[in-house]
Write a protein that binds this ligand. Structure first.
Ligand SMILES: Cc1cc2nc3c(=O)[nH]c(=O)nc-3n(C[C@H](O)[C@H](O)[C@H](O)COP(=O)(O)O)c2cc1C
Length: 159
């Protein structure tokens, strides 16, 4: 089975997760596409498509939104997996996940997961550091990656 992983990442967490999924699904059959550097590719040869982005100020990247809306019909014809990276947990994370992807795609998806997130202060600019300190009280690098959700996602996408 051929898989395409389409992602956008600001500080590298979603990218790291995308690479991990690629490794676990088998690098020989799994191709990564970073929408920041490559927006023109052909999905027709893939059986399975995974889309992942991260949440900033409550929203997923516009590149992910645009990709999903331009490719809705194609995504509905394939095995689909959707995920977000985000730092909040519980109900807020669930609402962010629901806002990130249209309902029609979430319902069609084999797996739709919140993979957790990281606050990587060394990758943030001055304003980002100020925001995360003020809004979330974060003043040092922290990881809240949800390994159990990542493994569950990979498991569901491998069935
Ligand atoms: C400026 C800023 C705003 C953020 N806003 C949110 C937010 O609204 N909700 C949330 O759950 N996480 C938020 N985060 C945490 C990111 O989702 C988390 O760092 C994620 O791992 C980033 O993934 P990326 O490096 O792939 O972009 C924010 C992080 C930054 C730096």
């Amino acid at each position: 089975m051929k898989t395409a992983i389409i992602y956008v990442s600001k500080h590298g967490t979603t990218e790291k997760t995308a690479h991990y999924i690629q490794k676990k699904l088998g690098a020989e059959n799994t191709q990564l596409f970073n929408l920041k550097s490559n927006a023109n590719f052909d999905l027709s040869s893939f059986d399975q498509i995974i889309v992942g982005g991260s949440i900033h100020a409550g929203m997923i990247q516009n590149r992910i939104k645009d990709f999903c809306s331009k490719n809705t019909l194609t995504l509905l014809e394939k095995r689909l997996g959707l995920f977000i990276s985000c730092f909040y947990e519980g109900e807020i994370a669930q609402t962010q996940l629901e806002k990130a992807y249209p309902e029609i795609l979430r319902k069609h998806a084999i797996s739709c997961q919140n993979m957790g997130g990281e606050m990587l202060l060394e990758k943030m600019n001055f304003f980002e550091k100020l925001i995360v300190k003020k809004v979330a009280g974060i003043s040092k690098t922290e990881s809240k990656l949800k390994n159990e959700n990542i493994e569950l996602f990979i498991n569901e996408m491998s069935k």
